[in-house]
Every structure is written in C-alpha cells, then in structure tokens.
Design a protein around this ligand. Sequence first.
Ligand SMILES: [Zn+2]
Length: 60
Amino acid sequence: MPPELICPDCGSEIEDSTDFGVGRRVHFVTVEGDGGVALDPDRTVTLWHCANCNLVVSVS
Ligand SMILES: [Zn+2]
C-alpha cells in the first residue's frame, strides 16, 4: 500500500481521482535571481485540488 494522501488543510483522505477537484494544466516556470520569470513553453504540469476545500494538494 502506498502512503495515503491527506489534505493538510481539512484532513480529507484522497484515495482516488474522484477525491480531486478538476486539475488544471499550468506552465512550468523558473523564477530567476533578479525576480524575472522564465516560461518553459514545452513543459506543463497539472494541479490537483482537494475536492473538499479546494486547496492545491499535488501536481503531476
Ligand atoms: Zn482539503
């Protein structure tokens, strides 16, 4: 058994994908030393939200 994912805000157990809110795809960026943001247009990640409180709990 892999470790359980538990929302740090509301304590909900996330057992399968139906426990997630809608994942959004966002671009991967690098924040640079001068405060600038460099976008990598070829790289995106999906944000997964807790279905109960909407906190972002993981990415893939
Ligand atoms: Zn939650």
